[in-house]
Design a protein around this ligand. Structure first.
Ligand code: ZN
Length: 676
């Protein structure tokens, strides 16, 4: 599995409370909507107005290309998602009963969840949403609509539509989980995504193992852009491409990419946009690799974007890429910080606690920059990462480098929205920790992301002959663990002071404390009672924190303290904690370098999965009282092209006034090439 290189917004967002409120306060309203376990925010795009007209046009065209892909992800996430979304929207927009009734409110909440999850499953837990309105209400409302308002298949009646969708929406046993990672089960048959159909895990593995040549030094990303199905007993790959699966959406994307190509900032950018277009037109994964190389090498353009089938968290076997787009431009000032880090990449690699034989002799092309997101789409919307590191193919990363970015306007929006929510006061051990976090966390959080993305993922090497997929289902978790440990280890290093990136040698303690608190306790707010930890980033944080707790026990490095019936965590020895991080980093790198599946599995299963029900219940209770949404996401700004009498674009306007429901309905209306 090689598509693990995205950093999901961590619980950092919950614990940061900024000290300079007065300085940052503005009329800008970050909070947009609140439902279920979700808070929807909006983000600013500072600096957009200062871009050249050409750059604004480029961003405008790329935005259009981004929005055209929304339906693809809905369909990848589940075969009924688009029909369900259309049906729910038809009911919602035509409803003329009592909008204050409990049933309608529950219906509206469910629709908001479906929009947020890009389907009927939770974007993070992968569990199916539980509707709080009745199947009778749903049937009644659908049947009351004129048939032309419904997404009926050829010859289908409203009754038949209801009969098809009802179990999918209401029966908890039907399509229960979008991605199932439970050990010992058929992960393909038990996952409800639409990336495979009528095929077992064994058949999938056999199919791809046959295609793979273990001696191939530059393998394509097998299966990245296809649906694997069985037709007449034969296994067949259906490529996502113009004229193929999702062709109607891809052709629209290509239309806008061609416009973008015309206003490219330079030849390098023009070249990779052109290559991306031919990838979409042919579906050829060799072309995708050529595109990825051109893209990785374009480090001069200010405007940049991702548009394609990229991350594979939605596939239990980690092959199929979920469609996403992120359009952005470089934040020049903040980029100086990450450039300084990546200029020193070799020093960090040489001085890490990892065994020499697992280190890279030369760390290549770790480009790092801080970006301003201009639009989020597909798998980056509404829930969005705060950093990305692409391309994912290991050999391209090794031979041509990769781009690491942190998305500062998103991080800032999280911080601003989280101010004064009472979280630290409830969970931190004492004022000392709270003060340290207030003072340093907004900086150390950013640095942690920088180090994770710019250095962590790029560090270390596989021993010759080791299969990059050797760690199988544990690969994602262990890769994130490695990158996080690399970041944690160096946050406490004097090198950061020397480079002038941090100004206080104690600052790292704020991040260490938050990390341990989050890994052992507060991230459990995202897990339902009785459930295991499943998501890779959460597993990675739990693995690190639990391992450090256990291995530091003799020295009392981390301590659980009971006070007034509540559990608190106290870190007694930060220096020893750093040593422990270093030790675990060395071991994880060994596991990765040697492809030691057994050892990797043991670590994950022992430390990262099972939850202590007692502490879990306590955390959930305390957290519930704070009434904070555990998940956050964003609405996009609206971009409008201003044209002259000849239709030439003379300016692009940006507005921030759209609410969540309006945005979702507008996208469904204006950007829905896969629905009728
Ligand atoms: Zn990562």
């Amino acid at each position: 599995m090689n598509k693990f290189l995205i950093s999901v917004a961590s619980m950092a967002i919950l614990t940061t409370s900024c000290t300079n409120t007065a300085q940052k306060a503005s009329d800008f309203d970050y909070n947009v909507d609140r439902f279920a376990d979700i808070e929807v925010l909006r983000y600013k795009v500072p600096g957009f107005e200062d871009l050249s007209l050409n750059q604004k046009k480029l961003i405008y065209f790329l935005n259009e290309a981004a929005l055209q892909g929304r339906d693809i992800l809905f369909d990848q996430n589940g075969k009924y998602n688009l029909v369900i979304r259309q049906t729910l929207e038809a009911v919602y927009t035509n409803f003329n009963g009592d909008k204050e009734s409990a049933e309608f409110k529950a219906f509206e909440k469910y629709l908001k969840q479906v929009w947020f999850g890009n389907g009927i499953h939770h974007h993070y837990s992968m569990d199916k949403f539980v509707p709080e309105f009745s199947a009778e209400f749903f049937a009644e409302q659908v049947k009351a609509l004129p048939t032309e308002a419904l997404p009926l298949a050829e010859g289908q009646s409203a009754d038949e539509l209801v009969a098809t969708l009802s179990p999918v929406i209401f029966d908890p046993a039907v399509m229960a989980k979008r991605v199932n990672q439970a050990q010992g089960q058929d992960l393909i048959l038990t996952s409800a995504n639409n990336l495979y159909e009528g095929i077992t895990q064994q058949e999938v593995e056999a199919y791809y193992n046959k295609l793979k040549d273990p001696k191939d030094q530059t393998p394509i990303s097998y299966g990245l852009n296809t649906k694997l199905v069985k037709i007449d007993g034969k296994v067949v790959e259906l490529p996502y491409k113009a004229g193929g699966l999702y062709g109607e959406a891809i052709e629209k994307i290509v239309y806008w990419l061609k416009k973008a190509e015309e206003v490219a900032e330079n030849d390098a950018q023009k070249a990779h946009i052109g290559k991306l277009i031919s990838f979409y037109e042919t579906g050829d994964l060799k072309t995708f690799d050529e595109y990825s190389i051109l893209w990785a090498q374009d480090t001069i353009s200010q405007v940049d974007f991702v548009n394609g089938f990229i991350e594979s968290y939605g596939d239990p076997l980690g092959m199929k890429g979920a469609w996403e787009s992120l359009v952005n431009f470089k934040n020049m000032e903040a980029s100086n910080r990450t450039e300084l880090i990546s200029e020193n990449a070799q020093w960090f690699e040489d001085n890490s606690p990892v065994d020499k034989k697992f280190k890279k002799e030369t760390v290549k092309g770790v480009s790092a920059k801080v970006i301003t997101a201009a639009i989020l789409a597909g798998d980056c919307y509404p829930s969005t990462p705060i950093g990305i590191n692409l391309p994912n193919a290991n050999w391209i990363r090794a031979d041509y480098g990769s781009k690491s970015v942190t998305i500062e306007n998103i991080t800032d929006a999280y911080d601003e929205a989280a101010m004064g929510n009472g979280f630290n006061q409830e969970f931190a051990y004492s004022d000392v920790e709270i003060e340290s976090m207030n003072k340093y966390l907004s900086m150390t959080d950013k640095l942690h992301t920088d180090l994770h993305e710019c250095l962590g993922h790029g560090s270390g090497k596989l021993l010759p002959g080791v299969d990059p997929d050797a760690l199988k289902a544990y690969g994602s978790t262990l890769e994130e663990t490695r990158a996080d440990l690399f970041a944690l280890y160096y946050l406490a290093d004097n090198k950061l002071i020397e480079l002038g990136i941090l100004d206080n040698p104690e600052a790292y303690k704020s991040e260490y404390y938050k990390y341990i608190l989050n890994g052992l306790m507060t991230q459990l707010t995202r897990i339902e009672p009785g459930k295991d930890v499943e998501e890779s980033h959460m597993r990675n944080r739990k693995l690190i924190a639990e391992w450090a707790y256990k291995h530091g026990k003799d020295d009392n490095v981390i301590e659980y303290v009971k006070r007034d019936g509540k559990t608190f965590l106290k870190v007694n020895d930060y220096e020893k904690l750093r040593e422990l991080f270093g030790k675990l980093l060395a071991e994880i790198q060994r596991i990765k370098s040697e492809g030691d599946y057994e050892a990797g599995m043991k670590l994950v299963e022992e430390y990262a999965v099972k939850v202590d029900p007692e502490i879990h219940n306590e955390i959930l209770e305390r957290y519930a009282k704070l009434n904070i949404a555990p998940y956050k996401g964003f609405v996009n700004p609206i971009y409008t092209a201003v044209t002259d009498e000849n239709g030439n674009i003379t300016d692009v306007k940006i507005e921030y006034n759209e609410n969540y429901v309006d945005q979702m309905l507008r996208y469904s209306r204006d950007y829905s090439p896969l629905t009728k």
